[in-house]
Design a protein. Sequence first.
Lengths: 792, 113
Amino acid sequence: MILFGEKDQREPDDHEISIPEELPILPLKNTLLFPKMVTDLMISEEKYIKLIDDTLVKDKILGLIGLKDQNVEKPGPENLYSMGTAALILKMFKTPDGITRFLVRGISRVVLGEFSQTEPYLRAKVLVLSDEIEKDTEVEAMVTNIKGLFQKFVELAPNLSPEAKMILMGIVEVDDPGFFADAITFNLNISLEEKQGVLEAVEIKKRLEKVTRFLNRQLEILELGNKIQSQLKSEMSKREKEYYLREQLKAIQMELGEKDERTIEIEEIKEKLKKANLPEEANKVAERELDRLSKMPPQAAEYSVSRTYLDWLVELPWSVSTEDNLDIAEASRVLDEDHYGLEKAKKRILEYLAVKKLKKDMKGFILCFSGPPGTGKTSLGKSIARALGRKFVRLSLGGVRDESEIRGHRRTYVGALPGRIIQGLRKAESNNPVFMLDEVDKMGASFQGDPSAALLEVLDPEQNRAFSDHYLEVDFDLSRVMFITTANQLDPIPQALRDRMEVLTLSGYTEKEKLEIAKRFIVPRQLEEHGLDPSHLQFEDDSIIKIIRDYTREAGLRNLEREIATICRGVAREVAEGKKEPVHLTLDTPSRFLGPVQFFSEVAERITEPGIATGVAWTPAGGEILFVEATRMKGKKTLTLTGQLGDVMQESAQTALSYVRSRAEELGIPEDFFETSDIHLHVPAGATPKDGPSAGVTMFTALTSLLTKRPVRSDVAMTGEISLRGLVLPVGGIKEKVLATNRAGITTVILPKKNEKDLDDIPEEIKKKMDFRLVEKMDEVIEIALIDGMKT
Amino acid sequence: MEITFRHERYLFSPSQIWRPATDIYESPDEVVIIVELAGMREEDINVTLDENRLKIWGRRVEPTLSSPVRFHRMEIDRGDFERELVITTPIKQVDVTATYRQGLLLIKLPKVS
């Protein structure tokens, strides 16, 4: 029903705007316009204001073309994309400051043609492109997909008011797929190039494809952003919750009159600090640290560092010491109870006690027990601690290569700790323990510093009153500590360090001593360890001696103990299997448990043919018998030396040969023997490196024996350095060497005269059994060693 | 309303048609619709009622201007306009009247008593 006017229906294309063939062109900076979109634009340049003015009085239609490069100052035709949008100006107003604002609505895509004017503004011919409405199923599917994506996008988009979301959702209702793609692109936050790409995609399908891609990417970005956001949020709220609960806890504790954890902790330390009775300097440092601690939040990383440091400070025995047992008789009893023999070391300890009794504030002293393995160095240290009534700390220095092991790390390092000395004292809980530094000879230097240099400070009674650990940074008084070091060899210990110590040599034990030790200590201990008692197993002296002689060859007692343990195990098995009658170990029985005899008296085995002589060598494990073999063959003046001989030993062999050659006539050897023969000297075992001058006498004897064709007596062993003048010079390790010859069943030992003093160290029982021949000249050696003596 | 209006019209609008401002009020007897359509020739306004759909459309003609005229402000919508309203109250169709006076289009829709 027509109420007003004449028309019933509007003619379909009635309101379509026709775009003229030529349009003024406005370059668009930082934006783009799509057909049917409305946007707000602002210009201030004179020529473009003129463009708008001119357009408004005409048809209000202009071409909006994007710039390829947004930074161009005065865009010409070459800076413009070839495609843009024709638009109608809807509204316009000019602000007082000369800016023209206007609202435009895109009409349709246009392709730029020829430019007809460049000044004052561009004008160009345009070709209008209109969307073909192609609605096949593919397009429909794409549109549906994009709708879904877009809805999701709008939902996820942050900072959008509900109203704005509602309006954006309105796009979904749009029916025309081309317009739909344009509308979404126009509202997406993508680059201008990408938007231009959509503008130039005249074909609907292509346009939809592009939009799908952009929308997917935007969604991904949004989803990722949201994920991060929500993670942050949950983390925050967790921490907030924790903080809140903690605060509540604090409030509750306050209300109940309780203190929080940290206050309790700090008060605890304060209490301990009072009890620890620190020296003034240390106390100051501790109080300062405590003050720092109380101001720190417990969550701070520093807190635990500071806390640990304070723990160390308060737990060190600054003023805790044990009372020495000054009863000399009692100490002596304890020492004897634990060890047989070792008189020298025991004497030294008792003397120390005696002095201490007279002079209370006596300094500690530094002993070094040196000797072969298994001679009881470490256990003697323990025994000393027991005799004195002191605490015992043992620190093995074997393989220590780092100075900080001794002196600690600075507190700035993560996980820093004091050095082992301070650690040991904390463990001992007393500032005057017996501190044993084991294997001081096996310490090594490395790029991390030389631990032996750090030990110099520790082991100097004059300096160690103020021992400074890197971690503590407060001096600690070590002067009351009794340091005992042990070493197998003295040579590897640096001179300066060796000089600080009083060396007590524990050389090997004699057979009789071993027997005594076995009876008193080893057998009872092994019986106990194997759950046996004397009613099961009894050792006769003979049987122990047999084990010592035939199954072990050592300076110490470890192998003997092992062999006795083997027997105990064997007996334990028999007992466990139900055997009732006790085992009585006699001379013949060890082989039942230990198998065939392991060692033979090597000397007896050597046939006394010319060219072999018996020498004695000193090794870290005690003395050792060695043989020097010499042989002669046709040749010309060559001396061959084999058996891994060191430089000194080779020189000593040459000296021996020279002396033989120079004395050939007196010795009854053809003077030109060397002209027609080669001499070979060999010292078995060939794989063991040997060095030192002490085999000189032996080599000379072997050569003489070879050349005079008179064998050496097999019960004679010898040691000593020789000179070119035929003098026999003194050597070291006499006690070990003599014990070794005794073990090997030798009865006569030739020693340099100048070593006479060393015979004092040799146990009486051996002196009684053996014949010592002290010589000054080589001639005397020949006299004694060679069968038939010296032919003159 | 302003926001919705602006967005409806300006963010994206499939057609170029502008919508004139409209008042609707109701008394016990009738519904009154006033549409602001200034500066029109009567023949350029059309109103039809189809069942309960009231449609108002037409065109405000562009004034003929030429240089050296310069605009400083341009706010008046021109060209095709259209409004479509749905009347939910039962009305006496035959008694509906429309008049254009002093720039306002007045439509009176008497209610079915």
